[in-house]
Design a binder for this molecule. Structure first.
Ligand SMILES: [Zn+2]
Length: 295
């Protein structure tokens, strides 16, 4: 039985031991948060709520911390809050000070040296500080560019190289050693966003296995939307401990709103016409959590 006293680090270690992965879901508002929480609670598995710089500016940095804390305490539930893709030390610091459980410094577009330097600065700042649940704050970094936006794509994002651009195991080792980060996000064929037609590119499973071994820290798979079920299963088996899903939720949400308003054009009460989009997001989260947790 999971309780709120389990820290994020412990939840990740537990997932690794069980060869499952924790689902990380991006939200823009309380509707998507409830959809994610209800799906996780029904299945009884931990979940991470992710908010990018844009998402947390929209919700409010301190406000999202307060909401997550209130859910965690009311339901005694292991729900975690991550500051997703953060492009500067100042914004990472803001998230740490607000009480997030973890933060991702994203310097994937910078040189290796610059990326390591700022990641290290974030790690040093986070050490000794605690999240709103009293747990140590984890810092994640990315190496290898996989695109930046969570949207429906008509082609591989510009600047993504699915051959030479993939993370090399020896680079992962050097990066983790020099920066001291807790979690590592590699480029292993994954892309942010999802293809409009067909599935996303295949993941490089042997590379995941080797990177996990070399890096020595848990791995996070970004850009999960659009990846095939069988690739997810193999990637988790090979050493992925957290999987990010965003675009699929956005698509389910907006389609749900369109359908709801078409079916009830006279309805003006948001809590009524927003029920359908919430259910649609919940379905996606539930399906992904079942897959990631081998249920
Ligand atoms: Zn990402």
């Amino acid at each position: 039985m999971y309780t709120t006293s389990m820290t994020l680090r412990e939840a990740i270690a537990d997932a690794e031991a069980k060869k499952v992965a924790i689902g990380h879901f991006n939200i823009s508002n309380i509707e998507m948060l409830w959809a994610t929480f209800h799906a996780a609670k029904r299945l009884g598995v931990p979940a991470i709520i992710g908010v990018s710089e844009g998402e947390r500016d929209f919700i409010g940095v301190k406000q999202i911390v307060a909401i997550i804390k209130s859910i965690r305490e009311e339901y005694n539930y292991p729900l975690y809050l991550n500051a997703d893709h953060t492009y500067s030390f100042e914004k990472v610091k803001e998230a740490i000070d607000a009480g997030f459980d973890s933060a991702i410094y994203d310097g994937a577009k910078l040189s290796f040296e610059e990326n390591v330097k700022v990641a290290k600065q974030c790690v040093e700042y986070a050490r000794g500080k605690v999240s709103s649940s009293g747990a140590p704050i984890l810092i994640e970094s990315e190496l290898g560019y996989i695109g930046q936006s969570s949207k429906v794509l008509d082609g591989i994002p510009e600047g993504v190289d699915l051959k030479e651009g993939l993370t090399k195991p020896e680079q992962a080792l050097q990066f983790v050693k020099e920066s001291g980060i807790d979690l590592f996000a590699p480029a292993v064929g994954n892309i942010h966003g999802m293809m409009r037609v067909g599935n996303d590119p295949d993941l490089d499973i042997p590379r995941i296995k080797e990177i996990r071994k070399e890096a020595g820290v848990p791995l996070v798979l970004h850009g999960g939307s659009g990846t095939t079920d069988s690739d997810f299963v193999k990637a988790i088996e090979a050493g992925i401990s957290i999987v990010h899903i965003s675009t699929e939720l956005r698509v389910a949400y907006v389609n749900g709103i369109k359908k709801s308003l078409q079916e009830n054009p006279e309805e003006v009460a948001p809590y009524k016409y927003m029920k359908l989009p919430v259910q649609e997001v919940e379905k996606v989260v539930e399906g992904r959590l079942k897959l990631f947790n081998k249920m």
